[in-house]
Write a protein that binds this ligand. Sequence first.
Ligand SMILES: [Zn+2]
Length: 435
Amino acid sequence: VSHALVDLAITNATIVTVDALDTVVPDGTVLVHDGAISYVGLPISFQAARTIDAGGGIVLPGLVNAHTHLAMTLFRGLADDVDLAGFLGRLVPAEAAVLSPATVAVGTRLALAELLRGGTTTALDMYFFPEAAHEVAVAAGFRLHSGPVFVEYDGPDAMPFPDRVRWACALAPQPFGIGSACWLEPHSTYLLSQDQLREIKALADETGARVHIHAAETRTELDLVRERHGRTPVQLLADVGLLGPRTVIAHGVHLDAADCALLAATGTSVTHCPASNQKLASGIAPVAELVEAGANVALGTDGAASANDLDVWFALRLAGYTQKVRHGAATLPAAALVRLATMGGARALGIDHLVGSVEVGKRADLVVLDGSSPSLTPVYDPVSALAYAAGRADVRWVVVDGRVVVDDRVLTTIDIEGAVAAARGVRTEVLAAIP
Ligand SMILES: [Zn+2]
């Protein structure tokens, strides 16, 4: 194999590959060409258009945020210290007042700046005006997965349900973002009727789209769904045919043993959002039980209005800590936690053959941490450093699809000052619209 001239080389790195064997390469080199990883291993001779000396820092796969509402960065801190019902009571009027394709673009740009600077390269987004978010993500070089959202009321985008179906039909055949699949995103089993859910299932079958939906987030939701549909959200999703390897449910906080077994048996992925679940006092998801049952688990931040940031590192650590308190310190060890934030997310999104690990042939979504970070010194086990000590402040370089999008901590694809100023402008609109 010749590495005569490659686009990018990263040298002097400790590579945590997250491959099937959890291989770690001390003092390694990664080569990138045409957006793909062409070499991972011990130092070799090469010629590269650009070389990044990692200075002994850790290289890892880009993190995956597998449940979020990106443009809700606009409402960060608008409703704190209340439960989900209190939160929605304040949020929904704000959304109705200011949401448009333009403001969604503003909120999404801010979110992508936050995600990229923190080492997250892929997100599964669910929000209104996804076309606007998609445009922003393409410009930012971010791997965004998203699609049309379904609610039974008209929504802040003022679209009755039948129009949403027609809209989704038109959108679904188009890939949505860099290497993205098509997604249909019904909000939840409490904001849609059974007939509507069945219609979305038929549309997913017709178009081959993947499905993302909230399920079993709060006790109130379970009561609502029992009242409306006479069963649990997961049972209902099974009955309408919406569980399966192409479906990702967000939260899965209140699951009984039968729900866990159903999710595992159908190959449904669950995105665990511990920061949102704990801040809203929704509960603690049975993550250890899901993993034990064989279900695929990914990590998400939820929207920045509920959580209140988009920090996947924090989600990773919180996921580990809460399960350890429940089941003992050996539960979800470091390697398992790092896997949730990388390969778990990639598998949930159906792109584990493309990203989620540092392996030859995969797309080059890479994060390089600061080799002289005090909180990452000394390192006895780089996987432990990632799970229990690393954070967004340690991220120095980020590569998505072979493109350097964070260069020595500076965003190369987003004008951060413009993004911040625009978001402050929307804050003024929000304050004018709601008391
Ligand atoms: Zn959510």
